[in-house]
Ligand binder design. Sequence first.
Ligand code: HEC
Ligand code: HEC
Length: 193
Amino acid sequence: MRNTLIAPLCAVLLCCTSARAADIAAGKEKAELCVGCHGEGGISQMENIPSLAAQPDLFIQWQLVFFRAGARKNEQMQPIVEQLNNDDIRNLGAYFASLEPPKNAKPDDDPDLSIKGAQAAAGRRCASCHTDSYAGTRAVARVAGQREEYLVKALHDYKSGVRSGGGMAAMADVAYPLSEEEIEALAHYLAHL
Ligand code: HEC
Ligand code: HEC
């Protein structure tokens, strides 16, 4: 089911990424639709809404395509993606990727939990895909500095199968065996990077 949905979308995305250069200024203009939820400069101040600043271009594009196709479901994102064409998606990807990443303003209130999270991340080889700085690359999300409660939500969504992701369903396999303690420690560690 998922593959039949995604295959034609790959073709759309691949054809169009090479066709024309993305326009960051146009992306910024379109991003006025997003500020109310994802925050100024792509840094979210709202619970369960992810920051988008400095996410890899392709990660942003893919998630928008998944929402638009219904492969990723969210009531708040649904009406938004209905207003986006392929050019908008490319421009938004380029715009958000160009922003400064979230800086952690809050000090780490539980360094022991961060140590546990770092150990879990090493044991589970999270950096092998997310890169050593956890800034992400291509279709792999930046997780460094993301909101903590959103990281917990995302890991639960993969674990329960609510969110399946693209590619080889990498995160479903990764999240399935994670314990609740690991999820909390990982989210705390990554949010404070
Ligand atoms: C009404 C609030 C709202 C608006 C407006 C909105 N979003 Fe979102 N967006 C959300 C929520 C909530 C999520 C988290 C969905 C989930 O939990 O799976 C999300 C998730 C995303 C994601 C996935 C990010 C990730 O880390 O997984 C992307 C990309 C995204 N939004 C882009 C946009 C763009 C681009 C716009 C403007 C064109 C926009 N959003 C406007 C609420 C909103
Ligand atoms: C095999 C490669 C791979 C490994 C290993 C991996 N990830 Fe991921 N991760 C991905 C990809 C690809 C995505 C984007 C998936 C999608 O499209 O939903 C992702 C997405 C995520 C997201 C969602 C981010 C967002 O903004 O929506 C979180 C959180 C995450 N990974 C955490 C982890 C943690 C924690 C580990 C280690 C326990 C880990 N990942 C290991 C490839 C990987």
